[in-house]
Design a protein around this ligand. Structure first.
Ligand SMILES: [Fe+2]
Ligand SMILES: [Fe+2]
Length: 195
């Protein structure tokens, strides 16, 4: 697969879309959250080190992909989720990856010759678990409803950290937990696999 690249104009467009969509939720604390995000690398960070959308701006693009897929489930009549909940959970589910990826220089042998190459690595400063960290960061600025908390906390489904049994219980209580998990999988493994 060719390396996918997002140009500066697309990165700026994605940032504007995310800011506008989150701001329109009108939730208490959202403006403070958006100011904090502006001071992180959220809009330019990759979505992963070498898997889906490991390019500059990949994290924001992935968040928008999950948003579009989750919104489509509501529009198709599969599930009823409030628009502000779709926006907040989809666009912020991976906020834990802000200020997380770092560029590292490594020596790699390519065709028998050593080269210095730049690759993405991680520097986790708050190792409290993927979904938990996203919930913690969002709630530093604004309150999540119990449903939103469950959706962000368990968006990785049964891979959601150590509390794997929690996913089934959370999804049984809030079907939107299953919906955002599916949207996350579809974005990473189907949509972004074609990018
Ligand atoms: Fe995630
Ligand atoms: Fe994700």
């Amino acid at each position: 697969m060719e390396d996918f690249i997002l140009d500066e104009a697309k990165i700026a467009q994605n940032r504007d879309f995310i800011r506008k969509t989150l701001s329109e939720t009108g939730r208490n604390g959202m403006e403070r959250l958006l100011s904090w995000l502006d001071n992180t690398d959220f809009y330019t960070a990759p979505a992963s080190t070498k898997y889906h959308l490991h390019c500059e701006g990949g994290l924001a693009q992935h968040s928008i992909n999950v948003y579009e897929l989750l919104k489509a489930k509501v529009e198709a009549g599969l599930i009823d989720i409030k628009p502000e909940t779709v926006a907040i959970t989809a666009l912020l589910h991976d906020i834990c990856k802000a200020n997380f990826y770092v560029k590292e220089t490594r020596n790699r042998k390519i065709d028998g010759v050593w080269h210095e190459v730049e690759e993405w690595g991680v520097n986790e400063k708050l190792p409290i678990g993927h979904g938990d960290k996203s919930c913690y960061l969002i709630q530093t600025f604004m309150l999540l409803s119990p449903e939103e908390y469950a959706m962000v906390r368990f968006h990785m489904g049964r891979e959601s950290d150590s509390y794997s049994d929690g996913f089934s219980k959370a999804a049984a209580k809030y079907p939107s937990v299953a919906a955002i998990h599916c949207a996350d999988l579809e974005a990473a493994y189907i949509v972004e696999n074609r990018m």
